[in-house]
Structure formats: structure tokens, C-alpha cells
Design a protein around this ligand. Sequence first.
Ligand code: MRU
Length: 349
Amino acid sequence: MKAVETMYWENGRLYVLDQTRLPAETVYVVCRSCRDAADVIRTMKVRGAPAIGGVAAFGLVLAAQELRGDREAFVAQLREAAGELLNTRPTAVNLRWALERLLARVEAEPGDPARLREVLLAEAEAVLRDDLAANRRMGTYGQELVPDPARILTHCNAGALATAGYGTALGVVRAAREAGKRVRVYATETRPFMQGARLTTWELMREGIEVVLLADNMAGYLMARKKVDLVIVGADRVAANGDVANKIGTYSLAVLAHAHGIPFYVAAPLSTIDLRTASGQDIPIEERDPKELTHFRGQPVAPEGVQVWNPAFDVTPHNLVTALITEAGIFRAPFEDALRRVIGNGREE
Ligand code: MRU
């Protein structure tokens, strides 16, 4: 079956798959302005760290289309637009990474605003191309860690939908399958936004990869019954010491995996690794609307006025991470020196 594109650019507009309508409907939202791009990120029509980085990159291209004035004014306003995009979701560092990549490209280009618009579009397209290539390389490395047969527990959605295609954690699953291995995926529903139930199951079922849905609180019992060979998740930000911010509930799975002697893998591209953030304590964690917990599909499921805590992510300390799978290879503790070496060689920090 043809892969569904998370986003595509056509005739000066960005089309973004509305993930809030999946699995019932496959509908694309048209972004005509930087504000539209910021809006689809904020409302989680697009989600997943690399995917929101991609939309932010094209958001800057859309901003550039509207800007007037000479080069200096153009660059100053572009920086303001980048600020607006950056403020949408604080945890996924791919957003900052993509915006800085485009701004650096503009700084390095001597041309006038017309030329800068062309350069920005080419760079945004390269962000998507590079992400897809990184995911495939991650898959090639990561699938070596997958036994045959394998029962793999994953959380949230770190698949094609969360990226430019193929996926990070689910990319490893895909690559294992392509290598002829027999894989079964256990997908947690991922309360409260249900990315696992709505998106991961949909994505895998379309490709005929066996997937079993479970509620988040069933993972411990599943492990106790020896039905999980490995856990693999994505990341929104990996700190320099290897601590991992990912969807709320990831930390609980890492602790459970540790208690049951099950390997816990994180698949993330280098664009998710943030060497400017020393440890998980320094990662900003997004807190979302209490309504995600007090309501389900518009219906109240809790008493009106109840206090709510709704962090969208948690932090898994590096000592619980068996290995970090990237497009530059597989890293094990201690992470920091190796990550600094590989990122220092690959790109500016
Ligand atoms: O709130 P979301 O759905 O954007 O959270 C997504 C995740 O936590 C993913 O695991 C992470 O972004 C990695 S996606 C390859």
C-alpha cells in the first residue's frame, strides 16, 4: 500500500495530513501562511518531533513569501517568524534545529530576498529528504538489535506519521520486517491523546505488520507474562548525557523494562539530540490543556472544576536506555563523549 505523506509542498502551499482526524479520515489541511503552519503544530494536527520540524521549516518558507523590504528587513522579519514557530511546542528540539538550519542557510547566502526565498525552499525540502534518509539508515542499524521472531512494545507514534516518512522506532520495525524477520508490535494506546491507538495501529495495519493494541496500564503485566522481547520508542529531545524526553508514559515503560530485564531502545535522528541541554532536568516539558484529561471526544469524564496535571512528555534517565539508535550508528552508555564526537563531525552545534 502507498505510504501516506505526512506533508507535501505544492504551488506555494504546504499540505499537512490532519492527524487528529485519523484513523477515520485522511484529510490534508492547507497552510498558506506562517501562522497556518504554527497553528497545525500547536493544535497537533501534525505531531512527532521530526514532522513538526519539517512543518516549521516550510512555515518559514511561507513566511518568506509574505515578507517585503530589502535584505536586512527581510532577514529581521524572518527571525520574528521563526520565533513564532518556535513558540508552538517547547519540548521537541527538532523544531529549533530545523529553524536554525534554515536561518543559517539564509545568513550564508549573499543574494536578495527573491534569491533567499528560493534558498529557503530548497533547504526545507532538504530537511524532509534528509529526515527520510536518516530514518532508513536508523532502520538498517536498528534492525540488527531485533531478534527473529520479535515481540516489540512501542509507545505513542514514532512512525512515518511522526517524520518525513518510514519512522524512527517504527522504521526499525519496518527494517526488521524487510530483513525477513517475524515481528509483532504491541502498541500502547498513549493516553490522553491516543497516538498509539489512533495512529500506530493504523500505520502498521496498512502495511500488514502484526499489531496488538493495549491500554497503557497493561504493559507491566504483558512484560511479567514474558511477552515482550524489546521496547523501542522515539524521542522529542535527547540531552547531552543521553537522558531522553519522550511521550508521557515512556519513563514508566523504561522502569518496567529494567525490572523485567528487557532491552529498552530509543531511536532518534541526530536532529533530536541537543548538546546544548546538559541533562533531562533542563529539558522544557510541555503541559497541555486539562481538557485532554477531563473530556473524551467533547464529553466530560471527570467532575467539573477538578484539578489536572497534564504533562505531554517525561524524561527517561540515560541509565535506563540500553542503546540509542541514530543514523550515525548505535550508541551505548556512556553517551556524552560519543554524541559530541559524532555531532561535532556531522553538523554545527
Ligand atoms: O505529542 P506528540 O504526539 O508530538 O509526541 C510524539 C512523541 O513523543 C514521539 O515519540 C517523538 O516525537 C518521536 S517521533 C519520531
